[in-house]
Design a protein around this ligand. Sequence first.
Ligand code: PMV
Length: 328
Amino acid sequence: MVTSSAPGKVYLFGEHAVVYGEPAVPCAIERRAHVTVEQRESGMSVHADDLTLDGFTVEYDAETGGRPDVEVADSLVEAGVGYVNEAIEQARDAADAGDVGFDITVESSIPLGAGLGSSAAVVVATIDAATRELGVELAPVDIAQRAYEVEYAVQDGEASRADTFCSAMGGAVRVEGDDCRTIAAPDLPFVIGYDGGAGDTGALVAGVRKLREDYGFAADTVEAIGDIVRQGETALAEGDLAELGRLMNFNHGLLEALGVSSRSLDAMVWAARDADALGAKLTGAGGGGCIVALDRTPETKTALEFTPGCEEAFRAELDTEGVRQESR
Ligand code: PMV
């Protein structure tokens, strides 16, 4: 029996613009998914208590395609089971292990579908735990590649490498097209506000694409986000948190101009700014979900807790560690 964990992430800069070839900087955060895997003869059982699915246990046989018997929306179950199935397939492939079965337990403190990379963290931790259980140890960069292939398969080809690479490697990373690398970063005191909702990533990306086709300003805005990311990389290398915060504020303004913010996201961003955060912006696709602020003091978290529309506020510093084995 092996337990591995992998972190979620926020976008410090660059979501949406990354779709058009600009660089982006996701950062791993100290919120993890833990996955425990134990080999058995055949079939699979998946137990997930904290996936916002209200404790579901599924027993199924991937080969016969049986649907698990649980009382949550089909789409959620299919997505959850799809990620775990494909991750296990990757582990079997890496270990040349044929059809061995597994008991799998998922525990995650990363809100689902809120732009914090919850599915990537589960996939990365599952591949690590299952390969180790089969006696194989993969390098994080190989886990990142296999986890990307899982997301690519489950999300019908609509996956970027950002979440899976960041979760596997940890720390701050830079993503530009298929080019992913880790970059040096100082301690980043992230505070996250979560509105309890989630945006429709596909619709939001399509909305930006249309705006970019219809309006020159929108194409310029996407390029301006790219400039912010490049300046942000310099500020990161210099450990200049005040400049990072300013650039986060600019980045949020430009995302708002592209139509991907929302009332609750804006309310949380303004609450953070009023609490003297160094900076704040939405993270991920937008439309709902999470904002990320930079603040060393407790003020932003407190302000967010009193902000109507904010369901949960928590501190989650930059996590310099990516996927890791917890126990065996
Ligand atoms: O909400 P998330 O964490 O899946 O991020 C979406 C990021 C986008 O740039 C909007 C889309 C993408 O695939 O890069």
